[in-house]
Design a protein around this ligand. Structure first.
Ligand code: UDP
Length: 480
């Protein structure tokens, strides 16, 4: 690092804890490893208690600010998340330009603004950055390289695939990627008449404007596509796999402001035997329809395994974006559980409403499995802590993640069959926790990936070296 004020990076996180958490980790890593400072810029629509707690826990080198609210009331009430995020970003450009111009001028207070980083739904913000005179604009992908490959190819695929992806007879084949069955292509691309399809194609076209693309993934979990994307390609920005960046807690730190008490579910885990509990959670926005919620409860009970389940009110009781934007259930989710379930399972299970300190749960010695919606952050957190997974994807690119995680791909998860009844859920949960067939293989593979993930982040490891290179480029670009 050069002498003088530290390099400063402005980062824009579009709504959703799944975007904010890894960007905040990137900011923390830039601060601790490279002596940089950072400003995390968020949108007014996501000022939930969970988000506020996360922002309050950031170190002094990472500050945050929220853009003023914009009116989205003209959008249809069933607008897809992708549409909402992209619109909120587009309508916030004037405010963002002002913020970035101020950061650019405030050299001595915050450091020298060397780069602007936006996540995948915020690429229109590059216009604001350029208007504010920021020369270096990077894209941050909080997904994996498979998802990136698909989006980079999307403009061509949209033109060449006739009809809907889900009707394709053959899987989508992309260089280095596990073949992706049409029905597992991300949900915003499954209906061409939905505005979210055009939103995704629009974003995809703009990806190539980034000076480079940072991806929260690592080679061992998707080796072939990593090799393909590490090769320079004309017309495509350089790709840097810099993951896994996951939320880390040091010592007695907790999920919230410094004075927060340790969560009751962690105390419960303290009383369970090692690797005996399956953690069940569907990310910051995921919820199941009533019927599936019921089968899951009965399936967990039937499996005879210990479980810790984060329950949300069912998806047929509100819109997905309600949960996604607030990360807290609006209604009491317990009333939707089968009668007598809580009483019958009280010795082996714990059910918590809406939110749990997930990384701390996955890091706990009592956790031995994770039934997950395959959100990419959740997946990385599981791999970093060596926890094998049951895949129950819901929306966004989660079905694609399930394909690459399950047997067709790296083999770190067992995927539940499409029809989810209590018997199949119980059988898969038992296999993951105690089985010697698929369960045994998945447990061995996850242990290998845990090791590879840690090695990549160590001094000289692939992810650490990639981030070093990025910071050097920022410094060099600024000097020119
Ligand atoms: N998360 C959490 N507690 C919860 C639910 C989610 O801490 O009860 C965190 C989780 O650890 C992860 C993020 O929220 O870091 C969810 O991101 P992911 O990409 O897995 O899914 P998304 O929420 O975007 O669907």
């Amino acid at each position: 690092m050069k002498a003088g004020p530290p390099p400063h990076v402005a980062m824009l996180a579009t709504p959703g804890m799944g975007h904010l958490i890894p960007l905040a980790e990137l900011a923390k890593r830039l601060a601790s490893r490279h002596g940089a400072t950072a400003t995390l810029i968020t949108f007014a629509s996501t000022a939930s208690a969970t988000q506020r707690a996360l922002l309050a826990s950031l170190p002094p080198a990472v500050s945050s600010l929220s853009l003023p609210p914009v009116d989205l009331s003209d959008l249809p009430s069933d607008a897809a998340i992708e549409t909402l995020m992209s619109e909120e970003c587009a309508r916030s450009l004037p405010a963002l330009t002002r913020v970035l111009s101020e950061l650019g001028e405030a050299t001595t207070a915050t450091g020298r603004l060397v780069a602007f980083v936006a996540d995948q739904f915020g690429i229109d913000s590059f216009d604001a950055a350029r208007d504010a005179g920021v020369r270096t604009c990077y894209l941050f992908i909080p997904m994996n390289l498979h998802a990136l490959s698909l989006v980079l190819d999307l403009p061509d695929l949209a033109a060449s695939v006739p009809g809907e992806f889900r009707d394709l007879a053959e899987p989508v084949r992309l260089p280095g990627c596990v073949p992706i069955p049409g029905s597992d292509v991300p949900s915003p691309l499954q209906d061409r008449s939905n505005p979210s399809f055009s939103v995704m194609v629009h974003l995809a076209k703009r990806y190539r404007e980034a000076d480079a693309i940072l991806v929260n993934s690592f080679d061992a979990v998707e080796p072939e596509v990593a090799q393909v994307l590490r090769q320079p390609e004309s017309g495509r920005p350089p790709v840097y796999p810099i993951g896994p960046l996951i939320r880390q807690f040091v010592g007695s730190e907790t999920d919230g402001p410094p004075s927060s008490p340790r969560a009751a579910c962690l105390e419960w885990l303290d009383r369970q035997p090692a690797r005996s509990v399956i953690f069940v959670s569907f990310g910051s926005g995921g919820a199941l329809p009533k019927e599936e919620m019921r089968e899951l409860a009965l399936g967990l009970e039937l499996s005879g395994q210990r479980f810790l389940w984060v329950v949300r009110s069912p998806s047929d009781e509100g819109t997905l974006s309600d949960n996604y934007y607030n990360a807290e259930s609006k209604k009491d989710p317990f009333v939707y559980l089968p009668e007598g379930f809580l009483e019958r399972t009280k010795d082996v299970g714990l059910v918590v409403p809406s939110w749990a300190p997930q990384t701390q749960v996955l890091a706990h010695r009592a956790t031995g499995g994770f039934l997950t919606h395959c959100g990419w952050n959740s997946t990385l957190e599981s791999l970093v802590h060596g926890v094998p997974m049951v895949a129950w994807p819901l929306f966004a690119e989660q079905r694609l993640n399930a394909v690459m995680l399950a047997a067709e791909g790296v083999g770190a998860a067992i995927r539940l069959p499409e029809r989810k009844d209590k018997e199949s859920i119980a059988a898969v949960v038992r296999e993951l926790m105690a089985g010697e067939g698929k369960g045994g293989m998945v447990r061995v593979k996850v242990a290998e990936l845990q090791k590879a993930a840690a090695e990549g982040l160590r001094e000289g490891g692939a992810a650490a070296t990639a981030l070093d290179e990025v910071v050097e480029k920022w410094e060099a670009d600024e000097a020119n």
